[in-house]
Write a new protein. Structure first.
Length: 242
């Protein structure tokens, strides 16, 4: 006789490694179909479709902890392409300007990063979900409307150069909630006078939660509803206070 699958905990955290080309909403939808009907599923911090890395899914009563999890510091590994500016501050957007990249050293770039440690006020990207009068900024931008300027103070705890292969500079940044790494790429481009845009981004951790402990979305997609899927999720859900 086949042993019944364990009951799926109706509350907990699921660490997911989101691939590029997959939205945060897609990850929620893939997981929701494996859970009992009417189970609440959310996430703690959106990743852009082109970004990869850690996404925390909240299941059941854990959805109540979204605000607390959103406040946790994040660590990102990113790459900025110097000499180009785009309307979205990443490679998905139309190119606005191109310029020669000046001669730069690793030491000079690190010194530039160090100037922005602490609290930094930066404009919010026009193509973002931040709202103005109840409407996301990206809807203004995509609709050809004037995008209201929003500014946000971000906290940069550390910003370390990891590679400099012109025209791309790679780095690891530990930052507070609400930081747009796209804005950091644009910031250093402006400071250098040649422009810059984000070419790659991976979220490595949120607080103490690490992407190394996450399950790939492709692995979750392999399952259809049933005992095996139930067991798979039950073994990976973390307690809210883990």
């Amino acid at each position: 006789m086949t042993q019944a699958a364990p009951a799926v905990p109706l509350s907990g955290l699921l660490l997911v490694d989101k691939p590029a080309g997959f939205t945060s909403h897609d990850a929620v939808a893939v997981t929701r179909r494996l859970l009992p009907k009417k189970t609440k599923v959310g996430h703690a911090g959106t990743l852009d479709p082109t970004a990869t890395g850690l996404l925390i899914l909240l299941i059941g009563r854990a959805t109540r902890q979204a605000n607390a999890l959103l406040k946790l510091p994040k660590v990102y590994a990113g790459t900025a392409r110097l000499g180009v500016e785009t309307e979205t501050e990443d490679l998905e957007g139309a190119v606005l300007r191109e310029a020669p990249v000046p001669a730069l050293s690793r030491e000079g770039l690190q010194a530039l990063f160090n100037r922005f440690l602490g609290e930094v006020e930066m404009p919010v990207p026009k193509f973002s979900a931040v709202k103005h009068n109840g409407k996301a900024l990206y809807k203004y931008a995509r609709g050809g409307l004037a995008v209201p300027e929003k500014r946000r103070v971000s906290r940069i705890d550390s910003w370390t150069l990891t590679d400099w292969t012109p025209p791309e500079v790679s780095f690891r940044v530990r930052c507070g909630s609400g930081t747009y790494v796209r804005s950091l790429a644009s910031l250093i481009g402006r400071e250098l006078g040649c422009g810059g845009t984000l070419s790659a981004l991976r979220r490595e951790s949120i607080g103490e939660y690490r992407v190394e402990d996450a399950v790939g979305v492709d692995r979750v997609k392999e399952f259809s509803c049933g005992d095996e899927a139930t067991r798979f999720l039950a073994e990976r859900l973390l307690a809210i206070d883990a």
